[in-house]
Design a protein around this ligand. Structure first.
Ligand code: ATR
Length: 273
């Protein structure tokens, strides 16, 4: 049977085996999908061993995405832009192809929530790997403006300079931000510590869409905060998780699974509904 897995550390709580097993059942594909948690300095060896032993493809998550970028034989254009790899496929001619489906997953999830990206003003919080992966797919939707704000302003400036050939992207400090924005995407890891990016509450209004790439069984700190300040449309990163997985599954198997039912099952599994 064709074997796939996700590499991460820690990875025990990954939902990817659950999601891909449902995709495989739905599309009647014969495959198995597992977990691998190599020591941080043993990822390269573990990856090699997996493919030497017949593995067909893998996902890569924190903290290995940047390392995976350097270990594959070939990169897709979107992985090259993202500077990170979250999906690897062994091609028929034995080449390890590195791809990145995170940004496509974000955009697909935003669209499935009915968020309009074309001609919109987008505020992206954070300038780490998650922000970098999101930029090209967001700019491809032709927003009127995309502003990056980050605690360490120089990182936002670097990112804006790197992507400004793709669209109207600029960097501003949190203090400089002036609304109204149509959509705020939180790509920071602040919610992991229950912290908030230092965003002025005045930027939140009833018609704004709020997206936190993090998720949990209950609202993230950022989503709770935005709701308190009047945001009516809030979304967490669970949908993005399922959509990036669907995109990876499509890369591997050449068949696109449906995501709605799988997202529902995942929410049930997490105790969200
Ligand atoms: P990832 O790959 O998930 O993006 P990362 O590269 O470590 O992770 O980036 C984390 C991002 O969250 C960074 O933009 C970080 O800001 P700095 O560049 O200033 O470190 C941001 N971040 C983390 N905790 C934060 C907090 N409490 N408030 C605001 N931003 C925070």
């Amino acid at each position: 049977m064709d074997r796939y897995l996700v590499f991460g550390h820690p990875v025990r709580h990954s939902k990817s085996p659950f999601i891909h097993t449902l995709f495989a059942r739905q599309t009647q594909q014969e495959l198995e999908y597992g977990l691998a948690e190599p020591a941080v300095d043993e990822f390269a060896q573990a990856l090699r061993t997996f493919f030497d032993q017949g593995g067909k493809g893998c996902n890569v998550t924190v903290p290995f995405k940047e390392q995976a970028f350097t270990l594959v034989d070939r990169l897709s254009p979107r992985a090259k832009r993202a500077g990170a790899v979250n999906t690897i496929k062994l091609t028929d001619d034995g080449v390890l192809l590195g791809d990145n489906t995170d940004g496509a997953g974000l955009v697909a999830d935003l669209k499935s929530h009915g968020v309009t990206l074309g001609d919109s003003r987008i505020l992206l919080l954070g300038a780490g790997g998650a922000a970098r992966g999101a930029l090209a797919p967001l700019l491809a939707e032709l927003p009127s403006e995309l502003v990056i704000a980050n605690r360490t302003h120089t990182k936002a400036q670097q990112l804006a300079a790197e992507f400004c050939d793709l669209g109207p992207v600029t960097a501003q400090t949190y203090e400089q931000l002036a609304g109204p924005f149509d959509l705020v995407i939180n790509s920071t890891s602040a919610s992991l510590q229950g912290e908030l990016p230092p965003l002025a509450p005045a930027l939140i209004h009833t018609d704004i869409a709020i997206y936190d790439m993090m998720y949990g069984a209950s609202d993230t700190a950022f989503i709770s905060w935005a709701k308190q300040h009047g945001a009516r449309q809030t979304m967490d990163g669970l949908g993005m998780l399922v959509e990036q997985a669907a995109e990876a599954f499509t890369v591997w198997r050449g068949i696109r699974p449906g995501t709605k039912q799988v997202l529902r099952e995942l929410k049930r599994n997490l105790g969200v509904i």
